[in-house]
Design a protein around this ligand. Structure first.
Ligand code: NAD
Length: 292
């Protein structure tokens, strides 16, 4: 069995996988690979699958499977798995850090000091205490964020298409209800036909003036140019994002916008999470080899 590590994983992983077969990180060998391990960079498209006749198993280290053509994989009899449970704490901690960074002006404060300025009077902070957080998508990560936000005494609203069933989160049936009431909105939705472009000029207009938005879900859930217009008008007071239309982004208008915090898709990239992802990959391969 040839196992191709097509993206970056914990350095311990190749050694842990040797018991299952040959392990390579040479992407030119994709056509020979039986198992391909990816994170978000490799796109397992129809063309990729058609060029890999021996492929039987794709494991995505992480959650979002929008970089895999799952329909075509299924038609070709290729199993596709993610390591969904591993990343929740890592992403929730980053979302919380981003939510703290915006009203505390951590980026502006640091940059102004480095630039030789002393903005003690200009940088007015606000607190998360007793503010309302609206969580869009209350799955594993959204609920982990709720636990952290509860420790800051925030009121937590959640919108999801399934029942949330979490005592910390007051579920709203109408997403506009959440948009109208939230001081902070944190996006934890997968990218689907229903969520693509969900945050646009119309939904932004529903929000409270001065709302701050954190996006660790998927870049395409927001219309970037509409977010930029809302930042420029002051309708929204901040936009912090870890996720983009492409990795890395090309020609994004967010690079020139005010009051942003922009990160290079590092939500899942904690040392601890990369080890957890490795553990789950080993379990999935043990299960796969027992069945085949
Ligand atoms: P999850 O499946 O546990 O939760 C997603 C939730 O969104 C579910 O409860 C689902 O019912 C809900 N949902 C789906 N479509 C919806 C819709 N149209 N309207 C309202 N709710 C809807 O997934 P998770 O582990 O919490 O991860 C959420 C997302 O976070 C992933 O899909 C991925 O895109 C993103 N993510 C980002 C990073 C990062 O590095 N920034 C890392 C991991 C995951």
């Amino acid at each position: 069995m040839l196992i191709l590590l097509s993206d970056a994983f914990d350095p311990s992983l190749p050694g842990r996988l040797e018991k299952f077969g040959e392990v390579t990180d040479d992407k030119r060998r994709a056509a020979e690979a039986n198992v391909v391990l990816i994170r978000s960079k490799t796109k397992v498209t129809r063309e990729y699958i058609d060029a890999a006749p021996k492929l039987r198993l794709v494991i995505r280290g992480g959650v979002g499977l929008d970089n895999v053509d799952q329909v075509h994989a299924k038609a070709r009899g290729i199993e596709v798995h993610n390591t969904a449970a591993a990343s929740s704490v890592a992403v929730a901690e980053l979302a919380m850090a981003m939510m703290l960074a915006l009203p505390n002006h951590l980026v502006q404060g640091h940059n102004s000091m480095v630039a030789g300025q002393w903005l003690k009077k200009e940088l007015k902070r606000t607190e998360l205490y007793h503010k309302t957080l609206g969580i869009l998508g209350c799955g594993r990560i959204g609920r982990e964020l709720a636990r952290r936000a509860a420790a800051f005494d925030m009121t937590i609203l959640g919108y999801d298409i399934v029942s949330i069933d979490d005592p910390l989160i007051a579920q709203v049936a109408d997403p506009n209800d959440l948009l109208r009431r939230a001081d902070y909105i944190s996006i934890h939705l997968p990218l689907t036909d229903a969520t693509a472009g969900m945050i646009h000029a119309g939904t932004l207009a529903q929000m409270k003036d001065g709302v701050r938005i954190v996006n660790t879900g998927r870049g395409k859930v927001v219309i970037e140019k509409d977010v930029v217009a809302a930042l420029e008008s002051g309708k929204i007071a901040g936009y912090a994002t870890d996720v983009w239309y492409s990795d890395p982004p090309e020609n994004t208008p967010l690079l020139g916008a005010p009051n942003t915090l922009l990160l290079p898709h590092i939500g899942a990239s904690t040392e601890e999470n990369l080890l957890r992802i490795g553990d789950i990959i080993v379990e999935l391969l043990e299960d796969y080899t027992q069945r085949n």
